[in-house]
Design a protein around this ligand. Structure first.
Ligand code: ADP
Length: 201
């Protein structure tokens, strides 16, 4: 135990636990971890899936660059060390949501096997459902939703995943989807069918 931790007295045995929260919400919490290239469709699918889940009565929370990097992680950049710290914090936040019975939909490029392993280890193997949002680089680059590929090609952004930084494909994801081959609605149905038993109380 480090010096800092010596004075921390966990209250986990005194507060309502995950089971209590899940019973209250009548659902089981999980972390849906969307990984893939920029522009592959992580946010689009997460947003559409969240709407479907809400219609079916599930309470969810989306975590993505917009609400994490502009808030709790606004002191982090894109060095290796900062990318790791970014994912560590996101995984820890997801764990708090798990304890609250809430299903999170996390969309982060999370480009390396190592970084996804870090998230999985923090969250716990049983609660971490990796969804590999796959589309060829050419398709993502053509979509160029945020104009980032153009900037990366011009050298205005360094270490951009897919251009001058690697994306390591998911070897054994819970689900892999191809967003260049099926529609958003089809993919949402596919994911929903595969997760519904895991999140239903
Ligand atoms: P990411 O979050 O992975 O960076 P976005 O969801 O922001 O990607 O962008 C994906 C883009 O691709 C959006 O403009 C979306 O409308 C488009 N798109 C086209 N077909 C699909 C599909 N089947 N699934 C997801 N996105 C798609």
């Amino acid at each position: 135990m480090t010096k800092k931790q010596e004075n921390i007295h966990p209250v986990f045995d005194r507060i309502l636990n995950r089971e209590d929260k899940q019973t209250f919400l009548k659902q089981k919490s999980k972390v849906l971890w969307f990984t893939g290239l920029s522009g592959s469709g992580k946010s689009t699918i997460a947003i559409a899936l969240e709407k479907k889940l809400q219609k079916k009565g599930f309470l969810t929370q989306i975590l993505d660059g917009d609400n994490v990097r502009t808030g709790i992680n606004n002191n982090l950049g894109f060095s290796n060390q900062d990318r790791t710290e970014n994912i560590r914090r996101i995984a820890e936040i997801s764990k708090l949501f798990l304890d609250c019975g809430v299903i999170t939909l996390n969309s982060f490029v999370s480009p390396t096997i190592k970084i996804r392993e870090l998230a999985k280890n923090i969250i716990g193997e049983n609660d971490f459902l990796e969804i590999y949002v796959n589309a060829p680089l050419e398709v993502c680059e053509q979509r160029d939703v945020k104009g980032l590929y153009k900037k990366a090609r011009k050298g205005e952004i360094k270490d951009f995943t897919g251009i001058d930084a690697p994306f390591e494909e998911s070897k054994n994801p819970f689900i892999e989807i191809r967003t260049d081959k099926s529609t958003v609605d089809q993919l949402v149905e596919e994911i929903y069918d595969k997760i519904k038993n895991l999140i239903s109380y």
